[in-house]
Design a protein around this ligand. Sequence first.
Ligand code: MN
Length: 254
Amino acid sequence: MKILISNDDGYRSDGIRCLTSALAEIPEVTVTVMAPERNRSGASNSLTLDVPLRVVQLEPNIYFVAGTPTDCVHLAISGFFDDEYDIVVSGVNDGANLGDDVLYSGTVAAAIEGRFLGLPAIAVSLCTQGVKPAHFATGAKVAARLVRQLLKSSLDRALILNVNVPDLTYADLKGFRTTRLGFRHRSEPILRAHDPRGRPVYWVGPAGRGQDAGPGTDFDAVAEGFVSVTPLQIDLTRHAALPALNSWLAGIDD
Ligand code: MN
């Protein structure tokens, strides 16, 4: 099995290093890393279209790109390498990707870009909360277990598994739970500040707290100490709204 590894925290992050070593230990597996050269968290599914992309080979199987997570995976599976990959594993992200986070996440975006490969793509995030050191090795071990399970028993391709791991030692994890995405309250307000020249600047504020975070959700599983595994799809169509919208449009004025 040929695994392409990427992330949105950059190729030097602890999470991707732990993930690479954990996956490389699986006997049937070869790993290649193509990741952004700096932290691109929040890049979502953006592609760089206005400037060319340069790829730097750091080690025989480690490459970095001055681009987004989606750029990295797109390059890797659309012609940079002669090899075909079987799966993309993205992470281990420094921070949860729960509920609405998946819309902004570069970690999830890297996995989404790999959805055309032969196996489900996996995005792994560690639910860090500023406590150091974070347990990236736990997230990496969880990813390796999921990959070994895929080797043993396949799942539909074009599925994206969004995996969130509590920031605990591996022994303290309670197990796996299949979940749906919850959603968050509206995010905290922007933060206003001034630059050294007295001009106003703004920071995007923290994400909101879990609003739909009850049983069955990703928020709840992680809070209970379980690894949350949510199956994602790309179809954003709200199918139930089609008839009402159709009638609404039928009455539109000239
Ligand atoms: Mn990140």
